[in-house]
Design a protein around this ligand. Structure first.
Ligand code: PEP
Ligand code: MN
Length: 263
C-alpha cells in the first residue's frame, strides 16, 4: 500500500490547517520533553511568532537509563494540548504503549512512533487502528525495507495517514550522535508516496550543523524538518546538549528559509 507503484500521487496529510507532503515545506519544533506548562508555553509562543505550525514534545520518554527522567505521561499530553489550543498549533508526541493510544489521541494531533519502537509490531498495528496521523521514525539500524514495512503495518490496518522521518542511523562515527542518511530521503520519496521528513536534531546531536543538514535534507526532497527547541537547554531534563534555545531557533529558521529550499 505504501509503494509509489501502488499510488503514483504523493499522499498529503492534513493536520489542523496544515498540509504535510503538499507544496509547502513543513517545520516541526519543540522540546525533547514536555517538562512544565511554562516551558512548553514559551516554545509554543516562539513557534507562533515564527509561523511554525506543529509543536512537538515528549511525554512518554524512551530513555536509555531507567533512572533518567521518563516524561510526564498523560499530564504532558494535556500540557501540549493546552499550549497547542492557546496558539493554534498542531501537536505531536511519542506514544510507546498501545494501551495509551486511545487516551492519547484525545490530546494530540499526531502520534509519534519513535526509533526504538519502529519494530514494535503490536504498537504499529494499534496505531493503524486509529485514524490519527502517525509520524513514524526510522529505527536505529533499520533498512529502507524494514522502515517501509513498518509503515505498511500501520496503513494495512486502514490508517493511511503516515509520515516517515529519517532520524539518523547507528554507525561507527562518533562525531555525530547518529549518521544522517540523506540518501534515505530520495529513496523513500521514490519508493513511497508518503511524506518524508528529516529530524536534524536526533540525527546529528549537534547544534552547530543543524542548518546545513536541514538544507541538505530539503535539497534532497524532504517535505519537512524536525528540530528540538527548549527555552533553557542547559537545564533540560533530556537531550540538554542538542536542543536549540529560542534565539538560536529563530536564527536556524532564518538560515534555512534564506536558502530558498524551504518552500
Ligand atoms: C524524539 O523525537 O523525542 C525521540 C526520542 O527520537 P528518536 O525516537 O528518533 O530517538
Ligand atoms: Mn530528544
Amino acid at each position: 500500500i505504501v509503494s509509489r507503484k501502488n499510488q503514483p500521487d504523493s499522499t498529503v496529510i492534513k493536520v489542523k490547517d496544515t498540509l504535510v507532503g503538499g507544496k509547502a515545506s513543513i517545520m516541526v519544533a519543540g522540546p525533547c520533553s514536555v517538562e512544565s506548562y511554562q516551558q512548553t508555553r514559551e516554545v509554543g509562543a516562539a513557534l507562533k511568532e515564527a509561523g511554525v505550525p506543529i509543536l512537538r514534545g515528549g511525554a512518554f520518554k524512551p530513555r536509555t537509563s531507567p533512572y533518567d527522567f521518563q516524561g510526564l505521561g498523560v499530564e504532558g499530553l494535556q500540557i501540549l494540548k493546552r499550549v497547542g489550543d492557546e496558539f493554534g498549533l498542531a501537536t505531536i508526541s511519542e506514544i510507546v504503549d498501545p494501551r495509551h493510544l486511545e487516551e492519547a489521541i484525545q490530546y494530540i494531533d499526531i502520534i509519534q512512533i519513535g526509533a526504538r519502537n519502529m519494530h514494535n509490531f503490536e504498537l504499529l498495528k494499534a496505531a493503524g487502528e486509529t485514524r490519527t496521523p502517525v509520524l513514524l521514525k526510522r529505527g536505529l539500524a533499520a533498512t529502507m525495507e524494514e522502515f517501509l514495512h513498518a509503515a505498511e503495518y500501520i496503513v494495512s490496518r486502514g490508517n493511511t495517514q503516515v509520515m516517515l522521518i529519517e532520524r539518523g542511523i547507528r554507525t561507527y562515527e562518533k562525531w555525530t550522535r547518529n549518521t544522517l542518511d540523506i540518501s534515505a530521503v530520495p529513496i523513500l520519496k521514490k519508493e513511497s508516496h508518503l511524506p518524508v521528513l528529516v529530524d536534524v536534531t536526533h540525527s546529528t546531536g549537534r547544534k552547530d550543523i543543524l542548518a546545513p543538514c536541514a538544507k541538505a535534507a530539503l535539497a534532497a526532497g524532504a517535505d519537512g524538518i524536525m528540530v528540538e527547541v527548549h527555552p533553557n537547554p542547559a537545564v533540560a531534563l533530556s537531550d540538554a546538549q542538542q536542543q536549540l534555545n529560542i534565539p538560536e531557533f529563530h536564527n536556524f529558521l532564518s538560515e534555512v528559509k534564506e536558502s530558498g529550499l524551504f518552500k
